[in-house]
Structure formats: C-alpha cells, structure tokens
Design a protein around this ligand. Structure first.
Ligand code: SF4
Length: 223
C-alpha cells in the first residue's frame, strides 16, 4: 500500500498547523476558543480555555502569551489578542464570576473517584498547584507543603498587585483547593521535614515544585 498521501500527526505537524497551541506552555487550544468567541459561544470558549489550565483567569491577565507571537495572523498584520480574549471569557465564567467555583464543587467534585494513594507536592506555586489540581481530579489524596506563609509562589511573592489583584489569586487557589487538596503552609523541605518523612508517612509519590525564585540580572554594564 502506498503511504504517499498519509499525513502523520507528530509534534512537527502540530507545530506547523497549530503554532499557537504548541507555543502555549499548557497547549491550550487557543484557536478553538478564539473561534468559539467569534461565534458568540462564550461558555464553551471558557471551557476550552480552562480545560488544561487551572490558572486560566490569572493567565488571562499576566501570561507572556507566546501563543500571540506564534499566531499566523501576525504574518498578515497583527496577531489575534489571544490573552485578552481569555480574560474576557474568564471574567464571565471563571473564578471572578464564581460560576467556576460552583461548577467545581457541584459538578466535578462528585464525579471524582477516590483512590487510596497519597501524593505529596512540595511547593504551592503554579506548577505545584496545577499538579495538585490534576491529581485531585484523578482521585489521588494530595497534600501540598509550602515554605512560605502564603500560597501562589511567584504569583503572590513576585508579581506586583497592580498587575495581579491578590483577590484573584485567592479565588483561583481556593477553587483548586476546593477539590479536597490539603495545604500546609510554613513547611520547608530540609528544615521542617525531609523526603524520608514523607515516604514514612505513606506518600507514594512526591512532586518537587520549589520554583525558580532567583532573579535575573539586567544585561547592562555596571549593574
Ligand atoms: S495566553 Fe498564555 S495560557 Fe493562554 S493560550 Fe496564550 S500562551 Fe497559553
């Protein structure tokens, strides 16, 4: 049989056909939600934008939007305002509207099939909390240990409030925690506990998401 007309869907094919999706760190189907917004199907657009990303509302405000750099429309005139469109649907249906929190509680949480396995996550920044969210939806018992007295990592400690309101961080994190995730603040690896303590306590997997807090210097002579 000839294979001349067969297209194999691999990462190269995806990159060239869905550059915005492949540029997004969580592979959001940006083209799909933009299209749904164009059709006025805002609730569906929100679901597409939120599906791979428990921090959709925050990303709608402060994501660096590599999807827009990759947007093919930019070759004609300007890229589509993908991030601003995400903010638009999140403000209508996301944690800002409380609809998302209610949906997580009333629709998604009862559907979770609980498992016995416990997972510990070290670090309550975006990576740790996203991991906690995804594992909780799969039924795992998740505990997040954070050395600071506030969760959110660089969202809370690095991004200034005028760029990202603290209330929005609280809402998005509370929505994640409402899936039954335990959060312990003020617990630092190596000071308050060690990895062996977690294993002895029955955690079968440990995800270390301690962040990248070291700042970068400006590339300016004399600095
Ligand atoms: S704005 Fe950020 S999170 Fe949203 S689709 Fe673009 S890259 Fe992904």
């Amino acid at each position: 049989m000839s294979t001349a007309n067969i297209t194999y869907v691999n990462s190269d094919w995806l990159r060239s056909n869905f550059p915005c999706m492949m540029a997004c760190p969580v592979h959001t189907e940006a083209g799909r939600y933009v299209n749904l917004i164009a059709q006025g199907r805002y609730a569906e657009a929100y679901r597409v934008a939120r599906a791979p990303n428990p921090f959709a509302s925050i990303c709608g405000r402060i994501c660096a939007a590599p999807c827009e750099e990759a947007c093919r429309r930019g070759k004609l005139d300007q890229p589509l305002a993908i991030r601003a469109l995400k903010r638009f649907v999140c403000e209508r249906f996301g944690v800002e509207s409380m609809i998302d929190v209610i949906k997580l509680q009333e629709v998604l949480r009862p559907r979770i099939v609980p498992r016995d396995q416990k997972v510990a996550i070290i670090g309550a920044g975006p990576a740790g909390l996203s991991c906690a969210h995804d594992l909780a939806l799969r039924g795992y018992q998740v505990t997040v240990l954070e050395k600071h007295t506030v969760p959110g990592g660089m969202l809370s400690l690095g991004v200034p409030e005028y760029r990202l309101p603290r209330e929005l961080i609280r809402l998005e994190i509370n929505a994640i925690l409402s899936l039954g995730i335990q959060l312990q603040l003020g617990k630092e690896l190596g000071r308050d506990f060690h990895l062996r303590d977690l294993r002895n306590a029955g955690y079968e997997a440990i995800f270390i998401a301690i962040g990248a807090h070291k700042s970068r210097m400006l590339n300016i002579e004399g600095m």
